[in-house]
Design a protein around this ligand. Structure first.
Ligand code: SF4
Length: 746
């Protein structure tokens, strides 16, 4: 049954020696001791949302298992433990010089140590005091509510997230753009419509009962390394792993996990994929409708389950039956035999988990993709039982917590009511700007003040020249951060740009909480920064937001300064956020918990009648433009390809820690990974330098690397490649299609 694909990587497995070498290198570095102390600190990992760390210890996962910390976590901690940037650095280098830095060079500058301001007409960032920051903020926030906006990432804890949205809503603004608008918004929107809940319905313990996992559009070995331990164990208990990805990632074929050292040493790693499908990017709906059609044909669907627990199921079955196999296979580029074999595996398994990441969501039909996966789960009865269900894999460690805390433009009605009561006035009904709308509004000069709690709004967007232009129309921009990033030097406001340095998660003077992708709430202990107060001037995000709120509102109707003690913030969260009631006692119990109402072990869903909704998913029309769409003659040599952008193995979101990607044989960030047949067809050579042109711009001097990627498809690194694309937008979620970008390579 197993169709292990050809390995074109120089590595024989994901994980393995490079990971162990990295741990050794960091352990032996001057930071080694501090690094290990931090790894053992009782707080959730800063990096991905798999939820490692917390009260049971830094190496413990949500199921209480040890040895679950990965090198990605080490990268993030090591970067936070860098020395502070010296006070004279920003006096020495002007903004034009700072704009020459790469993402990695920005991060390597070290920790931000003092509040900084860049005023219009000035060439240098200058140090200012916190008192000056508060005075500027007080003026900047006194605007019409529609003129202020925030943007955030999942770096901060729940308490800061909750206070951010409370501040914004107290000012009458719903403009709470968030990094999730650019990644998992289709998961939240789609799942909410189907099941009434927008997050994973599978807990880590539940996953450990699964006998089949379908992993779609995810490179978990790089982005969620400890998920790989679950896949290894799933295979060891006789289960199947089906990978769906146009690109073959060696770690999804075989993975050598440091958590299983003996097996890794003896066998060189564990087999991961039982089946590996490489569909055309953006065609997932066709593949999943094909799976449904085949499941019906093989009589592997659960009609009784559908009749009892779902709505619209008959339309979904009729629709799949009516679509021709030709239409399906031509759209997704897979054969009927491949789809049938996959459907058989799914249909014959007891408990199937469908997990996905941005290959699914960063598409022009991201919400439809999620619907089609949910339909497949429902048609096989794989939603609402232990070991089965839908599991979007979230990126940044607390990105899901931000949504739960109300940092969203799609605020749940119950939260809206509770916040209105708390604020003593109705929450504004004016729709807020999500991230893409925020950029569009800013470009039109509709935003005067922008408060960025973490993140890199500039570089995370497609079309970087538009992002730069848009941000330059905003009067005042605040960047709250721990380390510099590209946005601080390119995303400059019209009148002033402020960079405000804060403690990170393991340095806060108060306890905080975070939420993992599987709905588990971690409690983070207080900590201490390695930066000495004499050489730095950091505060907590909680202090920053509450002090701004206090200056704007005094004690009306909330005692904002009292909220500098996060115990009181958690009291408010318990009262206003459904499912989070237990956070009200966490300071007494120190007990981490699973949010109520999110994990479904029985097919009863939080919709008004308890049934899941099924939605028809139209097959996408995937056309490849010809050369003329790129403004070149038909006789110009070169090739049109579908580009997917993604992260390297030494990267977290827009932050690049290491430029080389050993697993893909990409020696630096300016490479394009292409199929060898495409290289030949276009008359190129491996390692030749080419220009890549997209709808948003072009990049020159890009090195061709031959790799295990579907013919007609290419891969480049995000965020560098963002300059190439204007990106189609999913109309349902506003998420850009970073994973299907037509480009011309010449
Ligand atoms: S898998 Fe994710 S949460 Fe776990 S240690 Fe690695 S980066 Fe951190």
């Amino acid at each position: 049954m197993d169709n292990l694909p050809e390995n074109k990587s120089n590595c024989n497995a994901g994980g393995g020696l490079p990971v162990i070498q990295y741990w050794i290198e960091k352990t032996l570095s001057p930071q080694g001791l501090q690094l290990w102390q931090t790894l053992n600190h009782k707080s959730a990992c800063l990096s991905c949302a798999w939820g490692t760390g917390g009260q049971k210890g830094g190496f413990v996962n949500e199921a209480g298992e040890y040895l679950q910390r990965c090198a990605k976590s080490v990268e993030a901690i090591a970067a936070e433990l860098q020395p502070g940037i010296k006070q004279d650095f920003f006096q020495k280098y002007n903004i034009s010089e700072l704009q020459q830095l790469t993402s990695q060079e920005c991060d390597d500058l070290g920790r931000l140590s003092y509040p900084l301001i860049l005023k219009s007409g000035s060439s240098h960032y200058q140090r200012i005091s916190w008192e000056e920051v508060y005075q500027i903020a007080t003026t900047a926030f006194q605007q019409l509510p529609e003129k202020i906006a925030s943007y955030s990432s999942g770096r901060s804890a729940n308490e800061a997230a909750y206070l951010l949205q409370l501040l914004m809503r107290s000012l009458g603004s719903n403009n709470l753009a968030d990094c999730s608008d650019l990644c998992h918004a289709p998961s939240t929107i789609g799942l909410k419509k189907v099941f009434g809940s927008g997050t994973s319905m599978v807990s880590l313990e539940g996953l450990q009962h699964s006998d089949c996992l379908v992993l779609i559009g995810s490179n978990a070995p790089a982005n969620h390394p400890r998920l790989m331990n679950e896949l290894i164990q799933l295979r060891a208990r006789g289960g199947k792993v089906i990978i769906i990805n146009p690109q073959i990632e060696i770690g999804l074929v075989k993975f050598a996990s440091p958590a299983f050292p003996i097996k890794s040493l003896l066998t060189g790693g564990s087999d991961i994929s039982s089946l590996y499908l490489q569909p055309i990017p953006g065609s997932d709906v066709a593949l999943f409708v094909g799976l449904q059609k085949s499941l019906i044909e093989q009589n592997l669907i659960k009609r009784e389950y559908l009749a009892s627990f779902t709505k619209n199921w008959q339309q979904i079955i009729d629709y799949a039956e009516d679509i021709s196999w030709d239409n399906i296979t031509n759209t997704c580029g897979l054969s009927q035999e491949e789809i049938t074999a996959t459907a058989y595996l799914i249909g014959k398994s007891e408990s199937v988990v469908f997990a996905w990441a941005m290959g699914i969501t960063q598409q022009a039909n991201g919400v439809d993709n999620v619907f089609s996966i949910a339909n497949t789960a429902l048609i096989t009865g794989n939603a609402g039982k232990i070991g089965a269900g839908t599991m979007p894999i979230r990126g940044h460690s607390n990105v899901q917590g931000f949504g739960s805390m109300g940092v969203t433009v799609n605020l749940r009605e119950e939260i809206k009511q509770a916040l209105s009561k708390l604020l003593g006035k109705p929450v504004s009904e004016t729709p807020g700007y999500h991230t893409r709308d925020l950029i569009a509004a800013a470009e039109l000069g509709k935003i005067n003040t922008l408060f960025c709690l973490g993140g890199n709004l500039y570089a995370a967007n497609p079309d970087l020249s538009q992002a730069k232009r848009a941000l330059s129309q905003i009067e005042t921009i605040f960047y709250v951060a721990t380390k510099p990033n590209l946005g601080h030097f390119h995303g400059l406001g019209k009148q002033q740009t402020l960079i405000l340095p804060v403690f990170n998660r393991f340095e806060n003077p108060h306890q905080t909480t975070t939420e993992s992708g599987n709905n588990f709430v971690r409690l983070n202990d207080v900590g201490k920064s390695h930066l000495q107060p004499g050489n730095s001037d950091l505060i907590s995000e909680v202090e920053l937001i509450t002090e701004i709120a206090h200056r704007l509102h005094d004690e009306n109707p909330i005692n904002w300064r009292k909220l500098q003690d996060t115990v009181y913030v958690r009291e408010l969260i318990a009262k206003t956020i459904p499912g989070y009631e237990k956070i009200g006692q966490i300071d007494q119990t120190q007990e981490e918990f699973t949010i109520t109402g999110r994990i479904f072990d029985e097919p009863k869903f939080p919709t008004f009648d308890g049934k899941a909704r099924m939605f028809i998913t139209p097959l996408p029309q995937l056309n490849l433009p010809d050369k003329s769409a790129f403004g070149v003659q038909e006789n110009q040599s070169g090739i049109v390809l579908i580009l997917g952008t993604g992260r390297g193995y030494g990267q977290h979101n827009t932050v690049v820690y290491r430029s080389a990607d050993k697993y893909r044989n990409m020696p630096h960030r300016h490479c394009i990974l292409m199929n060898s047949l495409d290289i030949k067809k276009a008359g190129f050579q491996q390692h030749q330098r080419v220009t890549v042109k997209g709808s948003g711009g072009e990049l020159e001097n890009i090195e061709i690397i031959s790799g295990a990627i579907r013919e007609g498809v290419a891969f480049m690194f995000y965020p560098e490649a963002n300059v190439l694309l204007t990106a189609e937008i999913d109309p349902e979620s506003g998420t850009p299609a970073y994973k299907r970008v037509p480009v011309f390579v010449y």
